[in-house]
Design a protein around this ligand. Sequence first.
Ligand code: ADP
Length: 631
Amino acid sequence: MSTDEKEPGVESYAYRAEMKQLLHLIVHSLYTHREVFLRELVSNASDALNKLRIRQLSGEPVLDAREPLAIELAVDKDAGVLTVEDTGIGMGHDDLVERIGTIASSGTLAFVEAAAASGKPVDAGLIGQFGVGFYAAFMVADRVEIETRHADPDSTAWKWSSDGSGTFTIEPSSRTRRGTLVRLLLREDAKEFSQSWRVESVVRRYSNFVDFPIRLDGKAINTVKALWELRKEDVSDEERKEFYTFHTGDDEEPLGHLHLKVEGRVDARALLFIPAKAPRLFFREDELPGPHLYANRVFIQDDCKPLLPEYLRFVRGVVDTEDLPLNVSREVTQDSPVMARLREVLVGKILGLLEAWATEEPERLERFTKAFGTLFKTGLSSDFANRERIVELLRFESTSTEPGSHTSLAAYVERAGDDSKKIWYLAAESRAAAERNPNLEGFRKRGIEVLLLVDPVDVFVVPAIGPYRERTLESIDQARADLGKAPERDEAGKVLEGKALSKLIDRFKSVLGDAVEDVQASERLVESAVGLVAGRNTLDRQTERMMRLMGQDVPPAKRILEINPAHPLILNLDRLRSQAGNEEQIERVIRQLHEGALLLDGSLENPADFVSRMTRMMVEATGSAESGDPA
Ligand code: ADP
């Protein structure tokens, strides 16, 4: 930013390049729901009033101490002007330079750019989520002016002005009141926002639950009502839904809610919601939302982290406690014992709600699992006190569920029967990849259910489960997987056994050498001739892949090749082996089998060899068919 004074007392600043680009997009893109600019301005005003209240509570002197905390809107239809004024904390000269005119979140520009580049009108509602609230005003205004005076009694007042192109100016202002006035000179296509009915309806829609009175040309237009203070029965579904939308910006019906009155070790009231969907950007730890904290009806903190453990931070709404002092600071909320008790109670209630869904409304829990299952599962390794409860709420896909649907461990065990000793799982990148895994064949044939872990975090979650109802969880990709009794073979089915089998296995070993950890007969293959399983003390393939994704240096573990002693190809190989002179062909088939298994597994490094060997084998096969003369 640079400054030069063209007129006396007027400093002129250029926006930073990134901000300039962003403004250009805001001014020139086409938006739907442009009216949300007003929500952003009202929300800034409300934040400023909260800051003032905190300053008052901390005993610092404030200008116009008796001035009530409120937001005043005014429209001038003839001039095409809308103003939003608050009696909040106000801004000093440096605030105007530094806070107005910087992009809070680094992803913002990229997001708006991508949205604009899509060629479709951009939903302005999204912009508000990206910390450029104030600049949304340029969707509807040719020029925006701010007149502001900070609450410090010694402050002086300033005027900021910009047309949203390259520069803004700052000069002294004659304002004497505490707080901020934002004046929008509306664009030709946005004059509707200088009509009071329009402004009123936007405020009612988006800002009805702001904690301070909002007046439009002197008339009160919002309901300052703390729904969480009311009795459950006195809040209508409609009101609750409006409140949810106000708090989250989410128009969709939430998946569920909790209206709580807590008494005893800690006194609190709460109105909490589980949204129907995860918000955009979800899963970046710093973007996780969380409920807002109030103390005795006074707003303390947005998205208050200490209120809930991370794995439940999809829960939104308000928690209001009488046990925190009003002037509590963020630092204090971090490790106050009141917060710890609150958190304990809230976690218990939220798990209780999910448990109720599990028994009474499983389809609701299923929707929950789809939206938040991944984050929720991580609780298993962080919330030891609630482990048992969390385990019961975990849901996984399995060979007995439709793709995209889930089962509990309890239901798995019930289906498996009392004699089952293990809970089998297979980790894979996707349902389709899991279904392709040859190691599943034997389990299918025997009718044994296998959990299909297709969520990347599963490979960390499952080991944390430990034994479940005395059954251990085991990967079917592990060599030690012992399936028990072999399935019945077809009557005509021949199986390679005994000495012949061990001789063929030796031949595999000598051909493959170091490329595998071992070769052994398989119990789980049915249709496939061979398959790969993890070595005896190594990670299964999916875990290995995940750990690499997480930036850990895991050397590729050697795998065990399993052969299917009942497969016609294996029987053929045995026949070839017992006749002399087939060395080369046997070797080629063994290599091809091994590399084919690697290919299925996603770990074949040199497909060229594989393909050229295959081509050669096809030439031989087709040539011999024609001439009747084996090559
Ligand atoms: P955000 O509100 O997401 O921080 P904005 O661009 O809307 O982003 O506002 C940037 C900053 O400008 C705010 O964080 C606040 O410090 C300041 N600000 C905006 N409006 C007001 C206001 N009415 N009173 C005091 N400060 C304000």
